[in-house]
Design a protein around this ligand. Sequence first.
Ligand code: ZN
Ligand code: ZN
Length: 235
Amino acid sequence: MTPTIRESTNGQCRFCHLRDAAPTAIWDEIVFATEGFSVIATLGSIVPGWVMIVPTEHSMNLAQTYRSTEFVSLRRAVAPLLGRQFGGSTRLFEHGAVSTGSLTGCGVDHSHLHLVPLASSLEPLLLAEEGLSWTCVRSSKISDVASGREYLFYSDDSSHQDPFGWLAIVQNPVSQFFRRLIVRQFNHRLEFDYRVEPYVANVAATHRLLKSGSRDFASLTLCCEPVALSHASGG
Ligand SMILES: [Zn+2]
Ligand SMILES: [Zn+2]
């Protein structure tokens, strides 16, 4: 099945328009929003419970955003509930692109954080990757260390105030890098490319749970100031 992906036409950015257009697919529907950030279920969720936190303002990467208290609160509220609801422990990663159309940015030129509940850490696979040099840094230090260069960041510590994680500066961009690692955890029995396999059932499972008013998700509203969106149906 070929997914319908809202294209970046006329220079328009898919994520810049999340809030001002009625969603045409569940992966474009915001399940929770604060002033500065939206949470959506991820197109091509290899596992259920995979969400993205997307800044309202357009930026290429989150290097500066990791220090935002609003972002930190939202991440720390969402990450543990994904693990609880879907099993495993929530891992976070980002491909920090610096230019439009970079292979590193998985086809979306608007910064976003991936939160994915996985039984096992991606760390052993990541550190064994040839051609990448990983440094352990706190998220708040990414902007200093990356210093305007393209990077990859991964952490198992998604609920921490300022998580330690692995940072690599990208010399030779690889498309959908983390997705390739995740399918290796499943011995390649799954398709990595979201353009080939959108994993609609997994996206729907995440969406259903997050929109169902589960007690866990309702508790988000206590720690993160929610905003109502004009086109949100509340369904
Ligand atoms: Zn954008
Ligand atoms: Zn991505």
